[in-house]
Design a protein around this ligand. Sequence first.
Ligand SMILES: [Zn+2]
Length: 149
Amino acid sequence: MIEFRRISIFLREVYILQADDCERCVFCEDGDESATHLFLHCDWVSKVWSEVMRWLNFNFIIPPNLFIHAFCWSREVRSKNLRRGVWLIWHAVVWRSRNSIIFNAKSFEISDLVEQIKVLPWQWSLSRLNIETCLFYEWCWNPQFCLRG
Ligand SMILES: [Zn+2]
């Protein structure tokens, strides 16, 4: 389970990624690894977002940067804690996958990331938020209903 403290550390690590000291992206092995590329513009990661947005039934155009991405997301979810938690967990899933590829020589499967992006926020919201809970099948079937909490 990802905790907020870890997410905070994750964000500090992510924003350390600057255009000047970019390595090759481990997902596409083509683009420079900036935070914007890694979380938004990478061809492989954008496939993850497309799957997630299709699951959420959100119209989604990949934004130019993470701030606009967070802003767009904030309009879709009412609960501040839920909005912040889910958004951070989703990005932490991508970050952890990136680290697993680099440090553990793990492979990358879009379907695995999408599955983690579905499961982890649901587990987190059950344990951390004081909102009406959704069962996992409800979360998978109609996530917008659960996110409105
Ligand atoms: Zn990439």
